[in-house]
Design a protein around this ligand. Sequence first.
Ligand SMILES: Cc1cc2nc3c(=O)[nH]c(=O)nc-3n(C[C@H](O)[C@H](O)[C@H](O)COP(=O)(O)OP(=O)(O)OC[C@H]3O[C@@H](n4cnc5c(N)ncnc54)[C@H](O)[C@@H]3O)c2cc1C
Length: 391
Amino acid sequence: MRFRYDPEIEAFREEVRQFIREHLPPEEERLRRGFEGGFRSPEEEKAYVMGFQRKLAERGWLAMAWPKEYGGGGASHMKQLVYNEEMAYAQAPVGNMGIAWVGPSLMLYGTEEQKRTFIPRIAQAQDWWCTLYSEPGAGSDLAALQTRAVRDGDDYVINGQKIWTSGGHLADWGWLAARTDPDAPKHKGITMFMVNMKSPGITVRPLINMANRHGFNEVFFEDVRVPATQVVGEVNRGWYHMAVALDFERSGIQAFAGGRRSVERLVALAKERPELVRRRPSIRHELADRAVEVNVGTFLAYRVATMQARGLVPNTEASASKLFGSEMSQRIALTGMHLLGMAGQLRDGSPYMVIDQATGYLQAVSATIAAGTSEIQRGIIATRGLGLPRG
Ligand SMILES: Cc1cc2nc3c(=O)[nH]c(=O)nc-3n(C[C@H](O)[C@H](O)[C@H](O)COP(=O)(O)OP(=O)(O)OC[C@H]3O[C@@H](n4cnc5c(N)ncnc54)[C@H](O)[C@@H]3O)c2cc1C
């Protein structure tokens, strides 16, 4: 089956490609400098990401999914899909938790004052936001979180520990879930807060992942005072607000568009260096399998987007897309290692390195854990999609 978009959408796609050519450093330079996590300092990373996102904001694209009344672009689902597809294909730094769920949550539950103060800043990429949900004893079972928030006059006082906080070391603001009623059933005593990450009592400690990259952190709260005006939504109803915010997270095209580019790079390498294929002839089939998977996954993501465009709420479909996309990205990374053989293990500027496949391979491990593990996605598909009984 051949999919074709309206000419207007195709013209927009060309506009996005042109923007990327003008504003992102060439791909070769980005790969050489290890832009997918190999910055010389956190400041350099923040300046690169925020600089690009501010250019997107000037163009009215950063918040293109938001309604116009909040400074967004009010773009159709198809336009967003094409935008996301092109940005992910170019592996552009567009990830922004403020845009993805803080802003949309404020639109639903925020006070007028919160909307006026925070939404324009988010839409203009003025602040870097991190998400403070997971704890050492609360990941998949997020409602088990123990970080406490106790009312004291006009403030809440926060104590506890968060973990795996992506970009916590770069963040200006944190989107925090904390327990406000320890006696209520676990889903009913949680409240959402916006926390200034420079507040006294917050300690951010780096966690270096197995690829030797600093992406996530541990965040400790010791008597951190947060004004009660920074509670979002109703006190003790945070779980329900969070569940809506998590739904903003799962769309899916990014894994497939980024995966398509990775497969193309591997195919180009196989053509450039036929000795790699002679050494392992089965690599042809492997590369073909990956190319087919990228297409299958793209259709899964189109399905999610077209459901949204028709006003439906994809649930098991979004889980299937997340599951397939994250496992596929690991298979692509493994195929790259098979193609390169022993040389695939060389990284971080080794003079004999062909491409830095090892970093991509190690980074891919977390794909099936972040944003809900594969087991959790399979559970959703089994119970909500297939109607199987809960175990
Ligand atoms: C790269 C990355 C970035 C992240 N960024 C953030 C962030 O910015 N902010 C944040 O708050 N968190 C973040 N996380 C944390 C992430 O949300 C959790 O790691 C994830 O939800 C899993 O929780 P856990 O690590 O506690 O594992 P657990 O929940 O302890 O799971 C351990 C194992 O048990 C399995 N398991 C658990 N429950 C079930 C079940 N009901 N049925 C079947 N199997 C089950 C899991 O699938 C897994 O294999 C990030 C994680 C990664 C890897």
